[in-house]
Each structure stands twice: as C-alpha cells, then as structure tokens.
Design a protein around this ligand. Structure first.
Ligand code: ADP
Ligand code: ZN
Ligand code: ZN
Length: 805
C-alpha cells in the first residue's frame, strides 16, 4: 500500500505529495488525514497522509516510520478544503493544513548527536568523552548553551564518522492528568479495618470511612484538603490494599468550575421572527444559503444565532460561531454556555496551547455540538455541520495577515456549500463587499432596523475640537464631554471613554529641534511606555531607554506627545480626582484573565469610568453605561488606506452601541478635528444606508473593491535597490500579460517604507475578471525563486488584500 504524504517543509520544491510505503502492520490503521513520521533526506519529518493507493512511479520507496494519530486529525472535507485554501491564497499545502490543526499537534524538531554504531567511548578524544559517559544522545541545544560552545568539536567528530547526527521529532502535546483515589476490597474488609485502626491513625480512619461511603473516585488533592492530611495517610491505606490511587486524563477547562446560568429561548420580536425564517428554511431543506443579517446594535442578532443553533442541534447537527477575537469576552461566551451548557467548546488566543488542544479534541470526539471561537475556529473538524455564523462579519481580524492569508468568511461559505447548510453573516455595519453581494442577490438580506423593545439608539453629538482650542480649552476633553462625565458621576451612572490607539500613541518629540524618536529598524516612530520608562517599536519589538536629552541637539526639552490611554488616565485623575477609573489597553490586559477581571470590576460598579482602546468597542453590555465618549474620531480617518472611512464608520457605530442598551437611555459624544466628514456625520445619525451609498460611489470612481478585486504583492529586501528592482520587473511583467481592463499600480513604496531593516515596495493589481492571475503570479514567484531562496528577497502575495499598509 502506498501513502501520498505532504511533508512539513514549507517550500515550493516540496509543495506536492511524496509516496511512501505503508508498513504491513499499519495497513489496517492508516487513514487519510492522519499524521505520520517519515524519512526525508537525512531527516525525520512529520507529514499528513492525503491519499492511499496501490500505484506509484517511484522505484525505491521509503517506509512510513510511525503513525502519529489513532484517528485522522483532518477529515476528508478538510483535506479538500486545504487544497482549496492553497489555490485561493497561493500558499503551500502544508501551510494550509497546519493552519487547521491546533498548535499542540505541530511537530518540533531537535538535532541530536550520538555515537556511530561500533564506536566506543575509548575512541573519542578526552574532551568529547565526558559528554557521552552518562548519555547516549546529546541535543544540539545543550551544546549551544555552553560558552564557548563545543559544537565545532562535535562537527569534526561527525566528519570523522565517530558521531552521527540524528533528527528527533516530537509534538508538543501534553495531556493533563490528575490523581484520583478509589476504594478497594470488599465492604466487610474495609469495615473491619476501620474498626481496627488505632486512635493514632485517626486520619486514616476518617479517610477510609469517607471513601467507603463514596461510590465514585475522589480527586486526591480534594481528599487531602478535605481531611487536612498528607499523602502518607493515603499511601498507608493504599499499601494495605483498601484504596487505589490512579491517574486520570482530564481536559484543561478554562471555564471549569464556573456556573453558567441556564437561559431559555426568548419570544422573538416580529423583526427577529422574519429574519430567522430564511435560516430555518435553509436548515430544514438542508440547502446552502448565505444570509446577511444587518441589524443595529442591540437588535437581538445574538438571540437569532442562539435559536438557529438550537434548531441545528435538534436536527442532530453541529454549529460553528465565529466572533472577533476582541469580542470573545466572557459576556459573549456566557450567552452561548448559558444556552447550550457543556455542549459548547470555546477557542481563542488567550487559551494556552494545551487548553486549545483540549477544546479542539472535544470537537473532534463529537463531545460538543457548538464551537464559539475566533478566526481559525472556522476549521473546526465537525463532520455534520448544520450552521456557520460569523458575528461582526465586517471585522478585519477575520482575514489572516500571514500565510495562509485566508478570509474566514470565504472559508465559511466554502464549507457551507460542502455541507449544504446556511451561513449567517451578522453585523450592524456590514462590510461593503457583503452588502453589495446582498444587493446583487448573491446573499439573502435580512434587516433588523429596531432595537429590541424599541429602545432608542443613543443620541450622538459631534464636537469640533478646533473650536474648543479657539475657546481656550487645551484639555483633551471638550467642555460638553467633561460636563457629561461629571453629570454621570453625580448620578452614579457609568461612562465609557474610547481612544483609538492606532496612530495616536505617545511619541517623543524635541521641542527645540523637532527630533522625533524613531525605530532604527523600521520607518515608524517609537511609542513611549510610561511604566517601564521605555521607548518601544510596535512593529519589531525594538526597545530603548527614554533619553533624558535630545540625541540630536542635546536639548532638555524632549517630551512625549500624543494621547495614549495612560495620558488620558492622568488627565482624568487631575480633573476628576474622585472618579474611579479602569484603564484597559495592551499594558493592563497583558496577563491572562486580567481582561475579564477588569470587565467584571466595571460590571460590578467598582468604577465610574472605563477607559480603553479598540478592545472595549465591542460586545460590552452594561446596564449602567449611559455615556460613551470618543476622544478622537479621526485618528483612523487619515491612514493611507482606502477603507479608512469604512473602518471609521464601523468603529464609531460599534462604540456608540455600548450606550443605553437597557432601561436608562444613552448619549454619545464624538470629538473630532475633521468636522463634516461623511463617515463621522452618518455614523452619528446611525445611517448605514446613506453611508453605503456614499462610499460605494467613491469606490466606483476610484476602482476599488467591491467594484474591483484587489491583489497586493509586496517585495522586501535589506538592500533598497534589490527591492526596487524586483518590484519593477514584476510590475512590467504583469503589465504585459494581464487583460486590458486590469490595472497595475506601482511599484510604489509601501506606506511603512521599512520594517525590521527591510525596505518595502508594493505592486497593486485591480481587476474585475482575471482568470489567469494565480498562474501569472506563480510564474513570477518561480522567476524570483533563486533570489528568494538564497539572496534575501521576500515576496508576499495577498489575494483580496484587506490591509495595504
Ligand atoms: P445584538 O446582538 O443585535 O447586539 P442582542 O442579541 O445582544 O443584540 O440583544 C440585545 C438585548 O436584547 C440583550 O440583552 C438580549 O437579551 C435582549 N433580547 C434579544 N432578543 C430579545 C427578545 N426577543 N425579547 C426580549 N429580549 C430580547
Ligand atoms: Zn533636539
Ligand atoms: Zn522597529
């Protein structure tokens, strides 16, 4: 039997299957989708079995060394889907497959040295002998830790054929185990022993009496705590044969021990009723249909999701729910766990690799029917999918910005077609792409124009910050916003202040010569972090101490500028010393669980003001929040990105949606320096449809998506001229080959001209129909293969680019 295997090397010359012989003893167990260990040159690598067959054109076949899975980690559907992802995004097959499985299943490789058979310790020089006295294998990492490293010596011995290098492969899987205790022997024997135990052995007596009564095993740790005793008590009983200590594998459950209050389906409003109909119909008829659910914030979209999932489960099917990473808040998770209890698995990046692996296995073993997760959960290995939901479908985080550069929405629709099941895309501000598709009839459009119970959308007032400055107000709070915060403080209500961090973090500036602290490796200014008193680059991680004088002119007047959340917090403390403020940004939520802790504190009313970045824009639902302040609405508006207006509109709408969701009505104050911009004005009027019309016109004029597709090819090199050269050659090559309606832009310098010491250029391709595009780009990559392999050129291709920075 022959297995066709994709090996774990992301490179163009091995981007195909290799044939291996299946050893006799594995014939009945090996299946497509399982991981195997195979010899590959001198190495041992992990690979995926794609297909089994009897034919091969290879003369001397190597054998599969080892089977790594008892059951396939990739289903037949996912094997096909991986090929599709690879074709669509021009990534290597192995890269697509690796993206579908949890990180814990990815192999790590170690180089080790070992004595060649027949070579003894005595044959080694003294300095090498000590190493092998007690060990058979010496990992290369161990050698590197020693200074000076004896690596050269080892390499010499390899050349002399005394030592050989072997490659060890392991995966990162760890299964968590706990010790449990269970009673043994007959009832009589135990009772007798309990009687016979002396007064000195009172703990043993208590423990055994307890276990005697207990039918099911008890966790050892709990038992010891319960009786305030030590292991020796239990061991004594074990040695006498009355109890047994065993190990049991358990799931790491990040939500373990938590009570989820069960909720019942609500009686749907008539708008909800109308919108759920097409979903239920498609479910019932087992038919694929993509439904765009456009509903204002608080219109009850989530309840529609819940009831649709309920129906899918009743039909014996499974559901995937995607939510953006930052809105995977405990509040959101609670709503799903509350309705479906332990049938829900949760996958997001805050989980450890082990926790993710355990959640994933629950899906694989069909122990759950629902997964709620971020982008990559779209690959959940369900085999009987009945429904896929993408909440906040406009979110840019659904597009992966590294290989494979897939968009979860496209993958969801692809899986929906395979399983013949509905896909729901939900949003208060659908992406232009999706709304345009709904207008054309490709998607079914359902709209929820009212909040549940007709609660008003909050009133929004836009404040011109230039006016404030003219009136002598130099603070970052307009008088209106300040008065309203104050007002909430007096009434005991809560406020949320939102600061869009992008482009507005604190940079340092010399007031004498105008010097701005920039990263030495990237063309971007450094951000000041007050707590550590450091300047950091958010692109490459470079950091340096905050200078006490200007590096250019030695002036003392070097200060940090911009409005970081820390600065806002300080100003609040000055202006409103009694206000209790919780700040949420990357600095305060770095530690695991801190995000949730801060939100809980706010929910419990332990603070008056929640101040934060993007991460507070979504999903929060607190009854006492009656004021939302946006400190600077236009920070995103001026980014060199054709989606800047759309993103601004979406963000403002989201943020406004946090106010007045319950009995108390809400107000929103939006501060801006760009008064009169349509995306700010239309967001404050809650007018999605006008925004759509206005923005579509602009996109049509400038030939941008959704009228045109957009593919971005980026070139980078440590040498400026080489980056320029490759991008120019590519642009002119494409220019000759593409069809007449297609537009090639560039090459131009990327908006961030240099990152990590690499110069960056880009070529943009805009097209309506270019069936040969993938082939053309593949030809290009082929042409530059040599430059890319050895000479430091990097080319990345982003089909349907979301981010053009
Ligand atoms: P969205 O997801 O559109 O922002 P939600 O589903 O969060 O809206 O609904 C907003 C609020 O209204 C929630 O508190 C929810 O429990 C409540 N709600 C939703 N549907 C109903 C209904 N049919 N009857 C009563 N309350 C509802
Ligand atoms: Zn200076
Ligand atoms: Zn940098």
């Amino acid at each position: 039997m022959i297995a066709k295997v994709i090996v774990d090397v992301p490179a163009s010359n091995v981007n195909r299957t290799f044939d291996y012989l299946v050893p006799e003893e594995l014939k009945d167990t090996v299946k497509p989708g399982m991981r195997v260990a195979v010899p590959f040159g001198p190495r041992k690598l992990q690979g995926f079995v794609i297909e089994l067959g009897e034919e091969t054109s290879v003369q001397k076949l190597k054998k599969i060394i080892e089977l790594l899975d008892p059951v396939p980690v990739l289903t037949e559907e996912l094997l096909k889907l991986g090929k599709w992802v690879s074709d669509q995004t021009l990534c290597f097959l192995i890269t697509a497959y690796q993206a579908m499985i949890p990180a814990a299943l990815k192999a790590t490789y170690h180089k080790e040295f070992r004595l060649v058979d027949g070579v003894g310790l005595a044959d080694l020089p003294d300095e090498a002998r000590v190493w092998f006295k007690h060990r058979e294998y010496i990992p290369m990492e161990d050698l590197l830790e020693i200074s000076p490293t004896p690596l050269a010596l080892f390499q010499k011995l390899v050349q002399k054929n005394s030592l050989e290098v072997i490659y060890r492969m392991s995966d990162k899987i760890t299964k968590k185990k706990i010790k449990i205790v269970q009673r043994r022997g007959t009832e009589e024997e135990r009772l007798q022993h309990i009687e016979s135990l002396s007064k000195q052995a009172v703990k043993q007596k208590e423990v055994l009496s307890f276990l005697h009564e207990s039918e099911s095993p008890v966790v050892l740790k709990d038992l010891l705590e319960m009786f305030d005793t030590t292991r020796s008590t239990v061991q004594a009983l074990e040695s006498k044969g009355f109890i047994e200590i065993a190990e049991k594998e358990i799931y790491r459950d990040p939500y373990g021990g938590r009570e989820f209050k069960r909720t019942q389906p609500l009686l749907l409003t008539s708008q909800q009723e109308q919108s759920i109909q097409p979903v239920l119909a498609a479910l019932e008829e087992k038919r694929h249909e993509t439904i765009l659910l456009h509903g204002v914030t608080g219109s009850g979209k989530t309840e529609i999701y819940l009831q649709s999932i309920d129906r899918a489960i009743q039909m014996g099917q499974e559901a995937i729910v995607l939510v953006p990473e930052i809105s995977l808040t405990p509040q959101m998770v609670n709503r799903f766990k509350g309705r479906f209890g332990s049938r829900v698995a949760v996958l997001h990046s805050a989980l450890s690799a082990g926790e993710k692996y355990d959640e994933w296995r629950k899906i694989q073993r069909k122990e759950v029917s629902v997964v709620v997760g971020a982008r990559s959960a779209v690959f959940a290995p369900f085999e009987n999918l009945g429904l896929i939901i993408i909440d906040e479908e406009h979110e840019s985080s659904y597009k992966q910005e590294e290989n494979p550069r897939y968009h979860a929405r496209d993958v969801a629709v692809q899986r929906g077609e395979h399983h013949q099941c509905p896909v729901i895309l939900g949003s208060a501000t659908p992406s232009l792409e999706s709304y345009a598709r709904a207008q054309k009839g490709v998607y079914t459009l359902c709209e929820l124009s009212d909040r549940v119970n007709k609660r008003e959308l909050p009133s929004v007032s836009v404040v011109d910050m230039r006016e404030e400055l003219r009136a002598g107000n130099r603070s970052m709070f307009s008088r209106e916003l300040f008065d309203k915060i104050n007002d909430r403080l007096k009434r005991g209500e809560q406020s949320v202040l939102f600061l869009n961090r992008r482009g507005y973090s604190s940079f340092i500036l010399c007031r004498d010569c105008g010097y701005v602290g920039e990263c030495p490796h990237c063309d971007i200014s450094l951000t000041y972090h007050k707590k550590q008193h450091l300047l950091k680059c958010h692109y490459c991680g470079h950091q340096e101490p905050m200078p006490s004088q200007c590096p250019m002119c030695e002036s003392q007047y070097i200060r940090f500028f911009g409005t970081g959340t820390q600065k806002v917090e300080e100003e609040l403390a000055k202006l409103l010393p009694h206000a209790r403020v919780i700040r949420m940004d990357v600095d305060t939520t770095g530690r695991k669980g801190s995000h949730e802790k801060l939100l809980n504190q706010f929910g419990e009313g332990k603070a008056d003001i929640l101040l934060g970045t993007q991460m507070i824009a979504k999903g929060l639902d607190f009854p006492k929040v009656t004021l939302v302040g946006v400190l600077a609405a236009d920070t995103m508006l001026h980014l060199p990105d054709f989606r800047a207006s759309e993103k601004t509109f979406q963000l403002l709408t989201q943020v406004s949606g946090r106010a007045g969701r319950h009995e108390l009505s809400g107000e929103v104050v939006v501060q801006t320096y760009t008064v009169g911009h349509y995306s700010i004005d239309l967001a404050s009027g809650h007018d999605y449809h006008s925004f759509y019309e206005t923005e579509m016109q602009i996109r049509r004029e400038h030939k941008y998506p959704p009228y045109y597709y957009l593919t971005l090819i980026s070139f980078s090199h440590t040498e400026l001229l080489k980056a320029v050269d490759a991008s120019e050659k590519s642009a002119s090559y494409l220019q000759q080959k593409v069809s007449p309606g297609t537009i090639i832009l560039g090459p131009v310098v990327s908006p961030i001209a240099r990152i990590k010491d690499r110069y960056r250029y880009q070529v943009m391709i805009k097209y309506k129909n270019e069936p040969r595009l993938s082939d053309l780009i593949s030809e290009l990559l082929q042409h530059f293969q040599h430059e890319m392999d050895g000479n430091g050129l990097q080319i990345s291709v982003d089909m349907n680019a979301q981010n053009i920075m």
